[in-house]
Structures are given as C-alpha cells and as structure tokens.
Ligand binder design. Sequence first.
Ligand code: GLV
Ligand code: MN
Ligand code: MN
Length: 433
Amino acid sequence: MAPNTQRDRHTDTQATDLQVDAQRLLSELQQLAGFTHCEQTGQPEVCAVTRIVFSDDDMQARTWLKGLYAEAGLSVREDAVGNTFARWEGAEPGAGAVGTGSHTDAIPHAGMYDGTVGVLGGLVAIRTLKRSGWTPRRSIELVMFTSEEPTRFGIGCLGSRLMSGTLDPAKADALTDSDEKTLAENRVSAGFHGELSGVRLPSSHYQSWVELHIEQGPLLERDGIDIGVVTDIAAPASYRIRIEGFGGHAGALLMPDRRDALCAASEVILTVERAALASGSIDTVATVGTVAVHPGAVNSVPSRVDLQLDIRDTEPDRRETVMLAVRETIHELQARRGVRIHMDEVNADLPAHSDAAIVEAIEAACAREGLSHRRMVSRAYHDTLFLSRIAPTAMIFIPCRNGVSHRPDEFATVEAMQNGVAVLADTLRMLSA
Ligand code: GLV
Ligand code: MN
Ligand code: MN
C-alpha cells in the first residue's frame, strides 16, 4: 500500500495545479476497448481485446482517435506506415519537440491497458496542461505507433523501428502476414501511401521522449510504489524455427522409422526453457509462443513444425549464451532424429538506457505530486526502445493488478492512471518549457 498521504491526495486537493480527469481517461479506454475482434468473458473487470494492425477494428479505432485529437485542438499527421502524430505547436515550432505516446494495437486476447494508457493518457496529459493555461515553448507531439505488437508481421515495434532507422524500409515493405500479403500491400490498402524511407526522423526531431505504460510486472503493486521510473529496457530478440521431418500414417508408420517433427520441436522448446533457467539471471527470459504443426491431423505424424522464439535479456551476451545452447541442441537433434532444422533471426536488438536528465525530471515530478517512485528495468519492450536510438528517452510505469499483462484480466486502477498521467503531464511541462 502507498502511504496514506498519497491516498488523501486524490480525495482532497491535488498536490500541484494539474487536474487530471482520470474518469474521462477510463471512459475513453473503455470506448477504445470496444474496437475489438474478440469474444468477451462476461466477467466484470475482464475485457478481452484483440486489435491487430490494419484490421477493421484498428482502422476504426484510428479514426475515432483522430477525432479526439482534433477536438483537443491538435494537428494530425500520418506517415507512410501509419504512425500517427498529434502535435501541440509550441511557441518555438522550430525547436526539437518533446514526444510521448505508445501503441493501440493489441495481441490476440489481450487486455485494454497495454499501450493504450500511453496514448490516451498522453492525450489526457496534454488536455490537462492546456486546461491549466500553460503553453509550451517546445512543441509536444503525441505519437500512436503502428504495430508495436509482432502479431501480424512477426516483428515488434514496426513503426518505431522505421522511425529510428533501425529497420531497412525495403525489407520492412517485403514482410508478409499469414495471408502472404506484404506490408507494402497492407499499408496501401489501409490508406498509407508514400515511401517507407520517409518515415525515418532525424535525431534533431525529438529533444526528449517519455512513454507512459503499465508495468506489466508485479513489483510496483507488490511493494506499494506509485510510479516506476524506467532506467533500462531489456534487449529483445526473436527467431523463426522450421523443423522438417517425415510424415505419414499414425497407425502404419512404425515407431523406429519415424522422424516426427513435433517430437523434435518439443526438445527444442525444452532446451529453450532449460538454457534460460541456467543463465543464472532473473533477467533472462525465453518463450516459444507459437507452434504450427503440419498437417495438423490427429492420425498423421507431424512432418513440419514452425516455431516462433522470443528471448530477452538486459545483457545481450547472456542472451547469446542461451542461443548457443539452442543452436547446439538443433545440431544434435538433426543428427539424432534425422530432421532438418532452419533457424532465422527476425531481430536481435540492443538494450536501451534512459537519459539521466529525463529520469531526474520524472523523479522531480513524482516528488511534486507526492508520489513514491522506484527506478526499474523494463523487461517488456516498448517503442521507446527504438526512440532511444534517435532521442534521449525514459519511461513512466504505473502498477497493474498482479503484474498481469497480455491477458484479458490486465487491469490498472483509475488512481494509478491518474498518478501516471499527472507525472507525465508535469514531466512534459518541464521538458518543453
Ligand atoms: C511488447 O508487447 C512485448 O512483448 O514486450
Ligand atoms: Mn504488448
Ligand atoms: Mn505495450
């Protein structure tokens, strides 16, 4: 539990002049959650959201969001991949802007807070500052990034990778979805034309960048801390693994003659788990999150399996040690089980380190708001990982219930969101003055 002084803050008067309308934020989050392709559970406080990039739900949510931006008096720009910028022009429009934002796409059966709190919370922060009568010297830009989630094109942070020049535009345009439709085709159908190379921003564009997000882990709630100040973002990597064996009739193909691709895949999956556990660090995490079995019939021996592996660590060298063990197992399995295994690297990124001055600005905002805070590492990745390649960055985390995320029961209290937005607004005010 947070100290009582912080509980009183919201029932009494605000510690600063910033009056955050957190009820409106909740109401807008709920409206955004309505743009979903997902069955609901019927349980209160459990809202299942699936919003895949460029789906009808995503496109309708974008239109709704642009309406809110216009209503708030922000000018809107979209780039060739659909990253959406809502700008509050500062007194010095030529000066580097202060950026904030996150994503609104959601993986299958996700919750309603991941990413959305950073976009709608960013909008509430801007409204709060406008209402206070304050005007920025540097422009403040709120960004909704295209496809932070890797669901459709197999790679996360598509929009921010392109924005930071981390992903080659031609390679990006050639990425395909499960219908073999390229990103180039998808974005043009969605109305986003022009060269992807134009998405890249110069490092002078943002003078600073701050993203608000739910923690997606248990630490803040467990220790009763109001705000997490992110100092580092762990380095993610992902791989596609294809295992080719020998299929046939489940009754007639004798056991000694089998080259079952799924049995080989199981050994790969267990090696991933064992090697991550053996790293000796709590910061090493590895997951095989998708398994596609061909031909996928109960009475047919699997002849082909496709896996997607997600692995992260604060230390890229330690991540590489785990991958070494995976490669050794693959080598050994090919000989022992007579299968063929190909592994393709999708991405292997470096970690991000926050800017000391922005971290201190967030901490000063927490102090002014009377909120407890702690410095922490983000084990989830965020668009800020890539913004850090072109701008000084940091992140603001708020607690979420039981640390749950990427699940329909993901939940953050109105008070936690109010705290997060107040700290974001105060930080934006400091950075853009
Ligand atoms: C982002 O959604 C992540 O997987 O960390
Ligand atoms: Mn996510
Ligand atoms: Mn997110």
